[in-house]
Design a protein around this ligand. Structure first.
Ligand SMILES: Cc1cc2nc3c(=O)[nH]c(=O)nc-3n(C[C@H](O)[C@H](O)[C@H](O)COP(=O)(O)O)c2cc1C
Length: 324
């Protein structure tokens, strides 16, 4: 399938694997790229730029296809070594970067100078327009359904995507709630040029996370995610567990006086414990409502091949048949 996104990134299928903390290691990124999508290494999961450089080299050993790196710009005071991470990306010959969080404007000239294409993830049309104005090559439009940070506007993809389509000139992919061929065809119909998936890619053979995490996603329904940290305007969609329910009880009890320190036990240092140790009650970890559509743990290639076959059949048979 050819779209503006496959052309932009030089990939076979319009499917991107979004950056995911403690999930987006070289193994998953390479598997997605080898299957014809765009795999993404999560930059900040690598604690230093040197470690990111090593992860990029490992990925390059596993695939000769294009892959990218996610750079999440955190709203924290003590900022990670972003110049160092960007140097690792450029020197590693990576040609695609998924940015997220704060405005990436200050890093764009350097990335562009080295031929790196930038796709910025945003949860609103106004942020997507801003990304277009500052020179991003594409955007990933992340609806309210998404795992991770859906922003504070709560606009689901059935509205957000067509709004993006009527507003943007640069190409965009649909992100949040995407799982299968139906998602891809719907995304294309709403004006997107492809889709970005997070949660779906965790429940795959190659995702380098504990088996408990994959089983938890398969077991979960669309009713099992919760929104945490809304009082801090840092809303995150996570899978419910004992720690998440404890966190929500604190939010109810403390109301507007809630501070980050009050919930630090439920949110700090959680990812390695969940993803690597499989300690499923360790704290809050991102997961999308799309868990309700995930019923198996296929290889990445089987998943992507199935999505493309399903999408093609939907377009050429079911939909074409309706207008014949
Ligand atoms: C476990 C997990 C960790 C994530 N970590 C990040 C991250 O570090 N940076 C980022 O930009 N997005 C992150 N995301 C968001 C994904 O890249 C993607 O936008 C989102 O999962 C899409 O929604 P979906 O889960 O419904 O497919 C994460 C998502 C999950 C599920």
């Amino acid at each position: 399938m050819k779209t503006r996104i496959t052309e932009l990134f030089g990939i076979e299928h319009p499917i991107i694997q979004g950056g995911m903390h403690y999930v987006g290691f070289a193994e998953l990124a390479a598997a997605v790229s080898n299957a014809g999508g765009l795999g993404i290494i999560t930059g900040l999961t690598q604690k230093t730029p040197e470690l990111l450089a090593r992860e990029i080299a490992r990925c390059r050993d596993m695939t000769d296809r294009p892959f990218g790196v996610n750079l999440t710009f955190l709203p924290t005071v003590s900022s990670p070594d972003y110049p160092g991470y960007i140097r690792a990306i450029i020197e590693g010959g990576v040609k695609a970067v998924e940015t997220a969080g704060n405005n990436p404007q200050q890093w764009l000239p350097l990335l562009k100078e080295h031929g790196v294409k930038v796709i910025h993830k945003c949860t609103s049309v106004r942020h997507a327009l801003k990304a277009e104005a500052i020179g991003c090559d594409a955007v990933s439009v992340d609806g309210f359904e998404c795992g991770g940070h859906p922003g504070e506007d709560d606009v689901p993809n059935f509205i957000l995507l067509p709004r993006a389509a009527e507003t943007l000139k640069i190409p965009f992919v649909a992100s949040g709630g995407m799982a299968d061929g139906r998602s891809l065809v719907a995304a294309l119909a709403l004006g997107a040029e492809g889709m970005n998936m997070g949660t779906r890619f965790i429940a795959t053979q190659e995702a380098p996370v504990h088996e408990h995490v994959k089983q938890a996603i398969v077991a979960a329904s669309e009713l099992d995610t919760r929104l945490v940290m809304r009082p801090l305007r840092n809303t995150e969609r996570v899978l419910t567990n004992a720690a998440v329910e404890r966190l929500l009880a604190k939010e109810r009890q403390l109301g507007a006086s809630l501070k980050f320190e009050d919930i630090i036990d439920e949110v700090a240092g959680v990812y390695p414990r969940i993803m690597q140790t499989g300690d499923m009650d360790a704290g809050a970890w991102s997961c999308g409502m799309v868990a309700g559509l995930i019923h198996d743990i296929p290889t990445v290639k089987a998943l992507i091949d199935r999505i493309m076959a399903e999408a093609e059949a939907l377009i050429t048979q079911r939909l074409a048949g309706l207008v014949r």
